[in-house]
Design a protein around this ligand. Structure first.
Ligand SMILES: Nc1ncnc2c1ncn2[C@@H]1O[C@H](COP(=O)(O)OP(=O)(O)OP(=O)(O)O)[C@@H](O)[C@H]1O
Length: 596
């Protein structure tokens, strides 16, 4: 802490004291560098006082005032270069102290008789005044040091805030931005620091406060930035001083970025979104292949297949594999909602558009899906009048809320539709609009029923068994031969959903180490008996309950591959489990179409 840092203020004080007392004033720091001076001494400001600093030195050393009535003769002046021929006629000085430490010295100098008389007419008053001036200088220095400290703290805060990956801003009680770090300026497109106060951020703050009250952690909010809606994870915390909230700190994380980082850290960036879809039969592989290829595009997909064949699973996988995966996946079953409500669910409504309409209106699913994916399940059952409206939305890529007076809202969501019905047949019957059918039928994907891909039944059954046994904590591995045969030959009208339920039932019932036929639901066993009775007494009848050798081999390989895949092992380990060579395994995988 040096007086040099406040040189200008010190010089002002020197002039003020000189004009009041009408003597000359000199102020030096602890290195005896002249910081301020008046009259004859002014020329030496910011120069060292070496050789003529002995009186100041002794005042600083003793920490006491020094009064010299006869300069050039006083013994204390002896070491001075001007001893014996000093131009001064008198001198009074005192140290300047700050928090018990010496920071400098202030001296009053007389150069003629008049000044000398003024200086010594009332020494104690003059000394008192001089000490007050020394205090004033030290207060100035203290203020300066506090200001520097405060600036330093602010600067440290700024550097730390700017270094954060999160956007961080503080807002005052009048909803004005006080501070915003670099990320916040970038995320919220805030512009330069000096125009923060003029920005109107009330809509953002209203959305953040509402979300803060409605949600548990992690909290999400959608903010309109420019013309784009962006989703953020956020936190809102008050800054309390003396029991009063002064400001609020808001942190924001871009959801898309968080998901991207989580992917990279979790190492599943390249993970196949379609891996959840089990099956190596050519028909399901074909469906997966098409779905994988169209995932990136915006084209409408139409999934057709019986109930439980995995239409929703495919829709989610397509969404997951697309660039839209950080955006919402919204699903609606068109038959599960009463006809009168379906329209407002899909398109939303404006305030006052019907009795009981919510204040402020309501967003429809097209709006809620944003730039994500909207999955319209059971589209074949949609009422005809809504089909017309849906067609318009798909064609014009904008939606109008029910009761919305001409205000169109742009639609960015990708549409995936699904049905278990034969849509061309519905068109022929006049129950489905042909134009809508063609709008939806851009990329049709047919999901095969389970009975049309029997080779996948035991693989799926195995996957369900492992999941279910783990969940219920039961040490069951595999199926008895008889069970395998029953599962393999069942017709599965409810497809994979039915299979999963059957396995869950069996795992609950089973007390042995593998699933026995007696633990299967009665309906499966009965259906098999019925089939067996109705079958002719030929070859098929004799094979009842038996798998061919090839079927068994294929199942054993599929099972080994699945086990290894579940524990994230290598294919070589499957070969070891089966007791065959690596080359044989690869050959047989190819032969049975198990290469994926
Ligand atoms: N290939 C598959 N691999 C793994 N699980 C599947 C597969 N297909 C379907 N499932 C599972 O079966 C169940 C039913 O699937 P999903 O709901 O996707 O069928 P859906 O065709 O949409 O049925 P619905 O038409 O009745 O709505 C889900 O638990 C799903 O995870």
């Amino acid at each position: 802490m040096s007086l040099r840092e406040i040189q200008e203020s010190v010089q002002q004080i020197a002039w003020a004291v000189a004009s009041v007392l009408r003597v000359e004033v000199e102020i030096a720091d602890t290195d005896l560098m002249r910081i301020a001076g008046t009259g004859r001494t002014q020329a030496g400001v910011l120069h060292t006082m070496a050789g003529q600093d002995h009186v100041y030195r002794s005042s600083l050393f003793a920490g006491q005032p020094v009064v010299i009535t006869r300069p050039g003769e006083d013994e204390r002046c002896r070491p001075c270069a001007h001893f014996g021929n000093c131009a001064e006629t008198g001198e009074i000085c005192c140290p300047i102290m700050l928090d018990g430490q010496k920071v400098g010295v202030i001296g009053l100098l007389a150069f003629d008789q008049e000044q000398r008389e003024r200086l010594f007419s009332d020494v104690s008053s003059i000394l008192n005044f001089l000490q007050k001036m020394a205090e004033l200088i030290s207060i100035k220095l203290k203020e300066h040091l506090m200001y520097v400290e405060q600036q330093l703290a602010l600067e440290k805060l700024r550097v730390v805030m700017d270094d954060l990956d999160k956007a961080m801003l503080t807002v005052d009680q009048g909803d004005r931005i006080v501070q915003a770090n670099q990320r916040a300026r970038q995320f919220l497109q805030l512009g330069a620091q000096d125009c923060f106060a003029a920005l109107d951020i009330t809509a953002w703050l209203a959305a953040i406060r509402e979300a803060d009250q409605m949600q548990a952690n992690p909290k999400k909010v959608v903010l309109e930035i420019g013309h784009e809606a962006k989703e953020f994870l956020f936190s809102l915390k008050p800054i309390v001083l003396d029991g009063k909230i002064r400001e609020w700190v808001i942190t924001l994380d871009d959801v898309e970025e968080v998901v991207e980082i989580a992917r990279q850290v979790g190492g599943y960036e390249r993970e196949d979104a379609f891996a959840v879809i089990v099956g190596s039969s050519p028909s399901i592989q074909r469906a997966k292949d098409v779905a994988r290829r169209v995932a990136e595009s915006d084209s409408t997909v139409l999934l057709q297949g019986e109930s439980g064949t995995g239409k929703e699973l495919f829709a989610k996988a397509i969404h997951q594999a697309s660039q839209r995966n950080a955006q919402p996946f919204i699903s609606i079953n068109c038959t599960a909602i009463p006809e009168q409500l379906l329209e407002s669910e899909l398109f939303g409504y404006e305030e006052g558009s019907f009795t009981g309409a919510r204040k402020g209106g309501k967003q429809g699913l097209f709006e809620l899906a944003g730039s994500g994916t909207l999955f319209l399940d059971e589209i074949g059952d949609m009422p005809l009048h809504l089909q017309g409206k849906l067609l318009r939305v798909l064609q014009e890529k904008e939606v109008q809320r029910v009761g919305g007076a001409g205000k169109a809202i742009p639609v960015h969501a990708r549409i995936i539709a699904a049905t278990h019905l034969d849509l061309p047949e519905r068109v022929t019957q006049g129950l489905f609009r042909m134009d809508l059918f063609y709008r939806l039928h851009v990329i049709p994907i047919h999901l095969p029923s389970l009975r049309d891909r029997r080779e996948d039944i035991l693989t799926l059954a195995n996957r369900c068994l492992i999941e279910c046994a783990t969940r219920l904590g039961k040490p069951i591995v595999g199926f008895s031969q008889e069970t395998k045969a029953l599962l393999f030959h069942h017709d599965w009208p409810g497809n994979v959903r039915e299979l999963a339920n059957v396995i869950e039932y069996a795992v609950n019932m089973e007390t042995a180490a593998s699933i026995q036929a007696t633990s299967l639901p009665g309906a499966i066993v009965k259906a098999r008996k019925r089939d067996a009775l109705s079958a002719s007494s030929g070859h098929e009848g004799q094979r009842e309950g038996l798998l061919s050798l090839k079927e068994m081999e294929r199942l054993a390989i599929a099972e080994a591959l699945l086990r290894v895949q579940i524990r994230k092992g290598r294919k070589e380990e499957a070969a070891e489990l089966l007791g065959i060579s690596r080359a044989s395994l690869f050959r047989k995988m190819k032969e049975y179409g198990l290469s994926k």
